[in-house]
Design a protein around this ligand. Structure first.
Ligand code: COA
Length: 179
């Protein structure tokens, strides 16, 4: 345990270098869980472009891209994406924490804070997430934040050389009608 408090905030272009450092150092771990990425993804320049795209999504109200911090250090990301309004009022949630900072409660705390942003600032009703069947730490992060499973997406994504099933997770934030 580092004992450093977890916080989240909107991601910034200035986070690119720390994020690229984590993603390149931990590339073999992430290859188990995420699709293959081009070489540029592991560079500060590539991450700066990616963060630019995420912030464009924020400005168009389709996402809320967060950085996860331990103290003042960026240690991961928590990302609200695919915001749909009207009668659905829902979004998807994704997250990662760099290997040296895992098992210290950062993902669990960051997801809890992101749920408050989704229920408050974003006014959403429902959150969806997807995990790989073998990703037990991620299941635990969702379970301890109140999510339950709602199905399997068969052969959902091509990761680490195979089409993988995904477990679908859901959480209803509130039952108020859409405004
Ligand atoms: C999933 C991930 C975000 C978890 O980050 P983290 O900061 O270590 O998570 P936390 O410390 O908040 O919680 C991890 C939980 O998993 C539990 N856990 C760890 N290994 C486990 C295992 N093999 N089996 C069951 N539970 C396990 C921990 O005990 C902890 O639960 P607890 O708080 O009830 O003790 C991180 O492992 C990661 O980034 N993985 C790669 C990317 C990824 O999978 N992202 C999610 C895609 S859906």
């Amino acid at each position: 345990m580092t004992g450093r408090a977890t916080t989240i905030r909107l991601i910034e272009a200035g986070d690119a270098e720390q994020i690229a450092t984590h993603l390149s150092r931990d590339a073999s771990d992430f290859a188990r869980w995420d699709p293959a990425q081009p070489a540029e993804y592991y560079t500060a320049g590539g991450q700066e472009k990616r963060i630019g795209r995420l912030l464009n999504g924020y400005r168009s109200s389709v996402g809320w891209p967060g950085a996860i911090l331990a103290g003042d250090e960026v240690v991961g990301q928590v990302t609200v994406s695919d915001i749909i309004r009207g009668p659905f009022l829902k979004a998807s949630l994704g997250y990662w924490v760099a290997v040296p900072f895992r098992q210290q409660g950062h993902a669990g705390a960051a997801v809890s804070m992101a749920l408050r942003v989704m229920a408050g600032e974003l006014g959403l009703h429902r959150v969806e997430a997807r995990t790989q069947v073998e990703n037990l730490p991620s299941h635990q992060v969702l379970r301890k934040n109140g999510f339950s499973t709602c199905g399997i997406a068969h052969a959902h994504s091509f990761i680490n050389g195979e089409w993988r099933d995904g477990i679908l997770w859901e959480l209803v934030l509130h039952d108020a009608p859409p405004q």
